[in-house]
Design a protein around this ligand. Structure first.
Ligand code: ADE
Ligand code: ZN
Length: 316
């Protein structure tokens, strides 16, 4: 019934590699690395995936990422995600990687970087999936820590094409990172940022005007500000929307209330993405399916959304 959705060629532009860590892989990495887990089995872990907001999810996401220790672990994580891409006709992907999630617990920057880069290279060669990596700063940490992360990344500068901004949004506006984004842009990187997920429309304005981003990640709360919507349409700034994430994190109470199709019909360049698929119940195709089931998305709308994702690519 959903084969036609799965068959659409798509790009994924909002995916946290650490959020694609499926419970089965999480348990097998814990065993390989001799790490004790607080959950008795995969089902017990899955049943903990009930979130009241972004922070409740992030607490579990950072806890889960602790099983990632070796270059092979990061390779296996990335390769499992790329195999999903192949299954779902995701022909291009621009994943986020949060170095501070790993360096802050003693995993060297280069360990994560090498495992991920090798898997992305194999994805290109063996699966024909093109990709570009986005180095994302954790916004709940100081800007100084982001500067340090950028510095650590410079020996690997060819491994990524853009910087991003994620983690706890409210209370950590884009303006907090204006200087480090300026430095990254001066070094030749593009910029994207999470804004308007839980945070207000002002954060989307700041991401555009201060961080000079090429895309907004989420951005669904921009709908509260008609002037902002007019600008997004005028400049055709893409929004990387994540429907299942938004309902799991209670940005919308129910998928039937999601605004992605209204934004699409207004002329905003919205795309469909999975964010943290292992935690939110599905990859890109399942996100498209949810829009079909709960919002009555038509085939023509699905085709436009998929085309938007291809048009909004930033990496070669
Ligand atoms: N949805 C999300 N928002 C902010 N930071 C994140 N890190 C992983 N998923 C995220
Ligand atoms: Zn995200």
């Amino acid at each position: 019934m959903y084969d036609w959705l799965n068959a659409l060629p798509k790009a994924e532009l909002h995916l946290h590699l650490e959020g694609s860590l499926e419970p089965e892989l999480l348990f097998s990495l814990a065993e390989r690395n001799k790490i004790a887990l607080p959950w008795s089995d995969v089902d017990a872990l899955r049943s903990a995936y009930a979130f009241g907001n972004l922070q409740e999810f992030l607490d579990l996401y950072y806890r889960g990422a602790d099983v990632l220790r070796t270059e092979q672990d990061f390779y296996d994580l990335t390769w499992a995600y790329l195999q999903k891409c192949e299954e779902q006709n995701v022909v291009h992907t621009e994943p986020f990687f949060d170095p501070q999630t790993h360096t802050d617990r003693g995993v060297p920057f280069e360990v994560a970087m090498r495992g991920i880069s090798d898997a992305l290279a194999d994805g290109r060669e063996l699966l024909g999936i093109s990709s570009g990596l986005i180095l994302s700063f954790l916004r709940h940490l100081p800007e100084e820590a982001a500067f340090k992360t950028l510095e650590q990344a410079m020996p690997f500068r060819d491994a990524f094409f853009a910087v991003g901004l994620d983690s706890s949004e409210v209370g950590h506006p884009p303006s907090k990172f204006e200087r480090v984004f300026a430095k990254a842009r001066a070094e030749g990187f593009l910029a994207v940022a999470h804004a308007g997920e839980e945070g207000p429309p002002e954060y989307v304005w700041e991401a555009l005007d201060l961080l000079k981003v090429s895309r907004i990640d989420h951005g669904v709360r921009a709908a509260e500000d008609p002037r902002l919507i007019a600008r997004l349409i005028e400049e055709q700034i893409p929004l990387t929307v994540c429907p299942l994430s938004n309902t799991k994190l209670r940005v919308f109470d129910d998928m039937s209330q999601h605004n992605i199709l209204e934004l699409l019909e207004q002329g905003v360049k919205v795309t469909v993405n999975s964010d943290d698929p292992a935690y939110f119940g599905g990859y890109v195709t399942e996100n498209f399916m949810a829009l079909h089931d709960s919002l009555g998305m038509t085939e023509q709308q699905a085709r436009r959304l998929a085309q938007n994702s291809l048009d909004a690519r930033l990496a070669d």
